[in-house]
Design a protein around this ligand. Structure first.
Ligand SMILES: Nc1ncnc2c1ncn2[C@@H]1O[C@H](COP(=O)(O)OP(=O)(O)OP(=O)(O)O)[C@@H](O)[C@H]1O
Length: 271
């Protein structure tokens, strides 16, 4: 299903998730992600980010409320069909170490761990090549996974997830554990996706605002399972909201599209 920019990709309405012990992991969440938007899902440890992402990738059902993904409401749809239309990227996903990079990307076409050679057409090979260029990993084409760095693997995983032409891309802490250059290469590649796929909706989970790509258009800040702020970054990603979210007097700055955070008293001591 090809959606146009502005249409709803993901909608959570009155969503609460609780566990058998009665603990509420997220509560009263209303959240709409539209095609063409890149959302950052931010919050401290235990805020509920993974819980929200697991609702969006269909691996968890809400205890109350409604989750609608690409026009289909959870509980009324075959989740396997829906899952095939999502791009969900988790840095802990293993790739067969003996495959070369292009083959790994191709497996995204069939959603399989190992290549299903008979199913790939010349167009698939061409698309894999294009996506490796988008994610700045075309030079890795013939290299085996076991020789790739964490940053290279991260870009490859995203290229692989784009092979199914997902309308919704979910990125779980993509920059965690990367060194400075690998992080910067990954974040600029994520921004480039937007240029090539203007209609795709992207949700990216992070603890750190320094790890947000410049293309981030919206943010949802969570604390203790509840929303602190949400909406376009100019309104939601402010010093006061980030301070309330992480607990501290935090000053946010934006420079050349990217964000940085500093404790306000640390800043005043420097001056
Ligand atoms: N199955 C469970 N049973 C009980 N509590 C849980 C369960 N899963 C998660 N929690 C709790 O729910 C809260 C939210 O967890 P979640 O993993 O969504 O947070 P998070 O923002 O992703 O955290 P982190 O940044 O540390 O990954 C945490 O307090 C966590 O301990």
């Amino acid at each position: 299903m090809n959606q146009s920019v502005g249409g709803i990709a993901l909608e959570l309405a009155g969503v609460t998730v609780w566990v058998p012990s009665g603990e509420r992991l997220v509560e009263d969440i209303d959240w709409t992600v539209r095609h063409g938007e890149t959302w950052a899902l931010l919050g401290p440890n235990g805020a509920g980010k993974t819980t929200l992402l697991s609702l969006a990738d269909t691996s968890r059902f809400p205890s109350a409320g409604r989750v609608t993904i690409l026009g289909r409401t959870m509980g009324r749809v075959d989740i396997w069909t829906l899952r095939a239309e999502l791009g969900a990227v988790n840095p802990s996903t293993q790739m067969p170490e003996d495959l070369n990079a292009e083959d790994v990307v191709l497996t995204g076409r069939t959603g399989s761990v190992h290549p299903m050679w008979k199913k790939y057409t010349a167009d698939d090979h061409h698309r894999a090549d294009e996506l490796m260029t988008v994610m700045s990993c075309q030079h890795l084409r013939g290299r085996q996974v076991n020789g790739l760095s964490q940053g290279e693997r991260g870009r490859l995983r995203i290229a692989r997830s784009l092979m199914s032409d997902p309308e919704l891309l979910l990125l779980d802490e993509p920059a965690t554990g990367l060194d400075l250059m690998a992080r910067e290469e990954l974040l600029s590649a994520i921004s480039v996706i937007r240029t090539h796929m203007p209609q795709i909706a992207i949700v990216l989970v992070s603890h750190h605002i320094e790890e947000l790509p410049a293309s981030t258009s919206h943010a949802l800040l969570l604390r203790g399972g509840r929303i602190v702020s949400k909406g376009p970054v100019a309104q939601s990603l402010t010093s006061s909201h980030v301070s309330a979210c992480f607990g501290g007097d935090i000053t946010i700055r934006r420079h050349l599209g990217r964000w940085s955070a500093q404790l306000a008293d640390a800043w005043s001591r420097k001056e």
